[in-house]
Design a binder for this molecule. Structure first.
Ligand SMILES: NC(=O)c1ccc[n+]([C@@H]2O[C@H](COP(=O)([O-])OP(=O)(O)OC[C@H]3O[C@@H](n4cnc5c(N)ncnc54)[C@H](O)[C@@H]3O)[C@@H](O)[C@H]2O)c1
Length: 427
């Protein structure tokens, strides 16, 4: 029997509309002629695939997947692969476009792309996920490659899955092609420092912001939504830097301790997604919902889960005075302007979570030149790039009296429009 997991798509919130509104605002602040940025309104390519996967019980299921290549004007396409039950084309288009702007704001010579499979991986065995990954890679293989489009991990994907991607693509080419994907295990060409890079970048940016606001880390209460790859590392490094992490959550809900949570203990408990926070036990810990986490008594809120979390309703009541967007697209356009009006400082995703693509770039550079860098070297270079990008954005905020999001988009759009002008229009 052939079953299908094709789901009815949600269309109430459209992340691509969110992206377009933000880009259009930046273009009008820059007084750009539409011809300078019209190409960035449209992804260069959108691929939708469906493919069968054999289940462990012998049945066959058909899954849908996507790969969207938003822009290659500044270099090869680059962007992660997400496995999630709710993904749809508009979400993947937005994620791809955000990658274009993220690479531009930190000055990495890549364009933007994103891929996804509509699947809840928690419902499948590891061997089923391996077969699904290999079939998905085979389906998008004509579009990817070290000079073309380089995937990486995102929600519900990890180093092991990147290893299967590298192997599948290498089998198709008949030779080892480590540079086709980043975020791989070190044994097959991954970079030291890559698993922690996104969370490390979030922590660097947060600490740089505290410096310019004249605040001490030890006076800051932090709430982190999403204790996955990105959120757990950000929580760990900010805790180590002296911040009081008072609330964290995952898909099962959140935990709160007004004094301070024991972050190293929580990370050991979660043990790379083997447990959920709803089962965590520690004296003084209160269970809260994800909604309560967003509104809890914290100075810094770090959304590190999914899009569309900080909505208008949340923005009106949020108590944190600083939001550092570790997730992609966690804030709606409406919520963004409400928070701006309420004096909340929001560090946009395209800057805050760029650490992942920066170290992915380092991994790719090592792969294509057969180099191996040590972790200190990688972390130092990441630090320099993140701090420089942050300072450029701060300068723009001060010069033009605009939000961090507008400043980051303006910097990115200037680089993109300039690259487009230099390259010209083919025929
Ligand atoms: N992995 C990277 O290198 C990277 C780079 C840049 C941006 N991002 C972005 O960071 C975010 C998190 O990615 P990740 O790689 O850490 O994913 P992950 O799968 O490792 O972790 C996601 C976390 O969010 C939680 N979660 C899922 N649904 C939730 C919900 N509805 N409410 C609250 N929590 C929920 C999960 O339980 C998990 O703790 C995504 O927006 C992703 O696009 C990731």
């Amino acid at each position: 029997m052939v079953a299908t997991n094709m789901k009815k798509q949600k269309h109430t919130y459209n992340p691509y509309e969110n992206f377009l509104t933000t880009m259009n605002n930046a273009a009008s602040l820059l007084k750009l002629d539409e011809s300078d940025y019209i190409t960035f309104k449209y992804p260069e390519r959108e691929l939708k695939v469906s493919f069968p996967v054999k289940m462990d019980d012998g049945s066959l299921r058909v899954f849908e997947g996507y790969r969207v290549q938003h822009s290659s004007v500044r270099g090869p396409f680059k962007g992660g692969i997400r496995f999630h039950q709710d993904v749809n084309m508009d979400e993947v288009k937005a994620l791809a476009a955000w990658m274009t702007f993220k690479c531009a704001v930190v000055g990495i010579p890549y364009g933007g792309a994103k891929g996804a499979v509509t699947v809840d991986p928690t419902n499948f065995s590891e061997t089923e996920i391996e077969r699904l990954t290999r079939r998905y890679v085979t389906a998008i293989a004509p579009l990817i490659g070290p000079d073309q489009d380089i995937p990486a991990p995102d929600v519900n994907t990890n180093g092991k899955i990147m290893g299967w991607i590298m192997d599948t693509f290498s089998m198709l080419r008949g030779r080892a092609v480590p540079g086709v994907v980043t975020g791989k295990p070190v044994e097959i060409g991954g970079s030291l420092g890559r698993p922690e890079a996104t969370g490390r970048g979030v922590s660097i940016i947060t600490q740089e912001l505290l410096k310019i606001l004249g605040k001490n880390a030890s006076d800051m209460k932090v709430a982190v939504q999403g204790m996955g790859n990105v959120g757990s590392v950000a929580a760990k490094l900010l805790d180590a830097a002296g911040c009081k992490v008072v609330a964290v959550s995952d898909v099962s809900g959140g935990i709160y301790n007004q004094a301070r949570l024991d972050i190293p203990r929580i990370i050991r408990f979660l043990d790379n997604k083997k447990h959920l926070l709803k089962d965590y036990m520690e004296d003084g810990v209160q269970f809260i919902s994800n909604h309560e986490l967003l509104l809890c008594d914290a100075d810094i809120l770090i959304p590190a889960a999914l899009e569309n979390q900080i909505t208008e309703e949340i923005a009106k009541e949020i108590r944190a005075k600083i939001v550092v967007e570790a997730a992609n697209g966690p804030t709606t356009v409406e919520a963004d302007s409400i928070m701006e009006g309420r004096g909340v400082t929001v560090i946009p995703d395209i800057l805050a979570n760029a650490g992942g693509v920066v170290v992915s770039y380092f991994e790719w550079v090592q792969n294509i030149q057969s180099l191996m860098w040590n972790e200190l070297q990688v972390n130092n270079m990441l630090h320099d790039i993140m701090v420089t990008a942050f300072q450029n954005v701060v300068q723009k905020v001060r010069d033009s009296n605009i939000s961090y999001r507008s400043a980051a988009y303006i910097i990115a759009l200037e680089k993109l429009a300039s690259a487009k002008r230099i390259r010209g229009v083919y025929l």
